[in-house]
Design a binder for this molecule. Structure first.
Ligand code: KG4
Ligand code: ZN
Length: 339
């Protein structure tokens, strides 16, 4: 089966064709970073307009590259939530219209399920159910017990900022621009280890919830004491990155032990972080566990993960009626198994 996947939940327009026999046939991404950079964050109205402009040309280009036309596709999968309402509506409207025109099913995909399944795009090395998943993006930080596709139980999550949001806000206050995650990890490479140390929030009490807003405030308080130069910014960025990643590691180590699990998926935009990957690989080695990440290019938002998740749901028999809706706020726990 060949599935077209559309991702428009935030500031990336992603399109891909996934073939359940041959794997990914083609994928393209248009990033709106330049549009939003001067505002220091995503402007929802501009995001919707950019998706409208870019989505159909990308669909055309991806179908050409994949060498398939609409009539040969088996379904169109689109991100139905969570995300920015206007941005989601672009993908949902285009996706459902194309499916209608081609006479094929449309499949509504949960963005975080797309991330969760994205390590499966690396066919060499895939996790087996059940496993635990750490999902870390600009809007979410959660640990989930994953029994099967659609069968998720949240074991812990952030009670305030998502970890990606903490990266973005910290980068902003250090004058590093948007998006903050890649900027922080870039300058942190020049940081001197041990110059600063920030707290690992909520690790000294039981439970698996996170809190990252205090960490950002701790950085702000420290940064205010200095007349910042490049070296100090690098030192602070390094200490922030260490604290954020270490916090994620401590909670995941605890969750894995408590659940008696041996396999962990780490996905979402922040899983692109080098220090995170090294830290989690070291943790897995220490305990004889296995940790799975998406291929680097599919860590941040993309159409391939939506096509893949749509394919998985379609294979399991999911079909959509003609009604459609988007879900800007949608907890992954609300999903139901497809079988
Ligand atoms: O999954 P994603 O592309 O979009 C959402 O679903 O939110 O994640 C975006 C988030 C942003 O907060 C961005 O700063 C962060 O992922 N991010 C990173 C890195 N690359 C992206 N954070 C830390 N290190 C990175 N290398
Ligand atoms: Zn995402």
């Amino acid at each position: 089966m060949k599935i077209l996947g559309l991702e428009t939940s935030c500031d990336d327009t992603g399109v891909a064709v996934f073939d359940t026999d041959k794997g990914l046939l083609a994928h393209k991404l248009y990033s709106q970073i330049k549009t939003h950079a001067e505002y220091g964050g995503v402007v929802p109205e501009l995001a919707s307009r950019d998706h409208i402009r870019k989505l159909m040309p990308l669909v055309r280009a991806v179908l050409d590259e994949a060498g398939v036309d609409g009539a040969n596709l088996d379904a169109v999968a689109y991100t139905a939530g969570p995300g920015l309402a206007g941005a989601l509506l672009v993908g949902a409207s285009v996706g459902r219209s194309l499916a209608w025109g081609w006479g094929i099913p449309a499949v509504a995909v949960h963005h975080m399920e797309g991330h969760l399944l994205s390590p499966m795009l690396d066919t060499e090395n895939t996790p087996t159910f059940p496993f635990l998943a750490l999902l870390v993006s600009g809007g979410h930080t959660l640990i989930a017990d994953v029994q099967a596709i659609g069968e998720y139980r949240i074991l812990g999550e952030s009670i305030d900022d998502a970890v990606g949001e903490a990266f973005d806000k910290t980068a902003k206050l250090l004058g590093l621009g948007y998006p903050g995650g890649p900027a922080i990890s870039r300058v942190a490479q020049n940081g001197i280890d041990g110059r600063f140390r920030f707290p690992r929030p909520m690790t000294d009490r039981p439970g698996l919830d996170f809190s990252f807003s205090g960490l950002k405030t701790a950085v702000a308080t420290e940064a205010e004491k200095f007349d910042l130069n490049d070296q100090l910014v690098a030192d602070i960025a390094l200490a922030f990155e260490q604290a954020a990643i270490d916090t994620l590691r401590i909670k995941c180590e605890r969750a894995m032990k408590e659940a008696g699990q041996r396999e962990l998926v780490v996905a979402g935009g922040v899983s692109a972080n080098r220090r995170l990957r090294d830290t989690f690989n070291a943790m897995a080695d220490k305990h004889g566990w296995r940790v799975f990440f998406p291929p680097l290019e599919f860590s941040t938002d993309n159409g391939a993960m939506i096509a893949y998740a749509g394919a998985a749901r379609l294979l399991a028999g999911e079909r959509q009626g003609t009604e459609f809706n988007v879900f800007p706020r949608w907890r992954i726990e609300e999903l139901r198994p497809v079988k």
